[in-house]
Design a protein around this ligand. Structure first.
Ligand SMILES: Cc1cc2nc3c(=O)[nH]c(=O)nc-3n(C[C@H](O)[C@H](O)[C@H](O)COP(=O)(O)OP(=O)(O)OC[C@H]3O[C@@H](n4cnc5c(N)ncnc54)[C@H](O)[C@@H]3O)c2cc1C
Length: 252
């Protein structure tokens, strides 16, 4: 089960870049024998302690030897089909694009001590901040919270970089983090009780950069029954059962 359906909302520029990358991955995958199909997983069917097939919305059954939950912010819904509680929720994150009249040469990605971040993006800059826990409910809409920019982000930008006092906000979008409530780190690998169910969930905003390692690690687990190149067992599902967080402190 590899549920590719829809794309995370990104800026037009990022979307073009990501789309090219996706196309590249997709054509290589096809060359290697991957079949893509577009449907929705509605349920899982068992034989003993193994998943035997996934039931699709069009009533087809997909049979398989191994099933990976890669459903992003909807991962807990897939897990619940297997009777498993997964502490992953959808959390909205807004990204704002702004233009600055003054040229700022060599500006790196900057993360302010408040958590506000900014970096150049073409001729403009992008910025954002994660809201405090009290203002960060489970969320499935894509409405941009412009107050976040006006009231929280802009004053901090202007304090940090004087030239940002007179910026113009020119674009914005919202997307969803698959937020791991326990420790904001990925839940990776097989499930202790269900032999052929694997997780790649709860990336909490850093899944793109971890994707190549995650892909390799999971394929090693599935094909060889263990990690070979990188031991990623600290991210096992077990830590959820043991309530043993590996706290990620640098989520922006
Ligand atoms: C604003 C924003 C900024 C980010 N910035 C960064 C960054 O700078 N660096 C970084 O590394 N990461 C970043 N991320 C995080 C990164 O985008 C995610 O970690 C990554 O996209 C997760 O990939 P995924 O494949 O696990 O999930 P997704 O990309 O969410 O894909 C899940 C897929 O599962 C499908 N699906 C769900 N349920 C079902 C079902 N029942 N049946 C079939 N299909 C289903 C969905 O339609 C979707 O296509 C950012 C995220 C956001 C929102």
């Amino acid at each position: 089960m590899c549920p590719f359906k829809g794309l995370t909302r990104l800026s037009p520029r990022l979307c073009r870049g990501s789309f090219n990358l996706l196309q590249l991955f997709r054509s290589k995958n096809k060359e290697l024998g991957v079949d893509y199909l577009y449907d929705e997983v509605m349920g899982l069917k068992y034989k003993g302690n193994k998943i035997h097939s996934a039931l699709l919305k069009n009533n087809d059954l997909i049979h398989g030897e191994a099933f990976i939950n890669a459903a992003g912010p909807k991962a807990s819904r897939i897990a619940s089909m297997a009777g498993i509680q997964l502490p992953v929720e959808s959390r909205k994150r807004c990204v704002f694009v702004f233009h600055c009249r003054d040229e700022i040469q060599g500006c790196p990605l900057v993360v302010d001590s408040s958590g506000v971040y900014f970096r150049p993006e073409g001729e403009n800059f992008i910025c954002g901040v994660s809201p405090g826990e009290e203002n960060d409910p489970q969320c499935f809409d894509y409405e941009v919270d412009y107050n976040l920019f006006n009231e929280t982000i802009w004053p901090i930008l202007a304090h940090r970089v004087p030239a940002f006092e007179s910026i113009k906000q020119v674009n914005a979008w919202a997307g969803h983090y698959a937020y791991n409530l326990l420790d904001q780190n990925v839940i990776l690998g097989s499930h202790p009780q269900i032999d052929n169910l694997y997780f790649a969930n709860g990336f909490s905003g850093h899944g793109l950069q971890q994707a190549p390692a995650v892909g390799r690690a999971l394929s090693e687990q599935i094909v060889h029954g263990r990690y070979r190149s990188l031991d990623l067992s600290i991210f096992d599902f077990d830590r959820i059962l043991k309530n043993a967080p590996i706290k990620e402190l640098n989520v922006i």
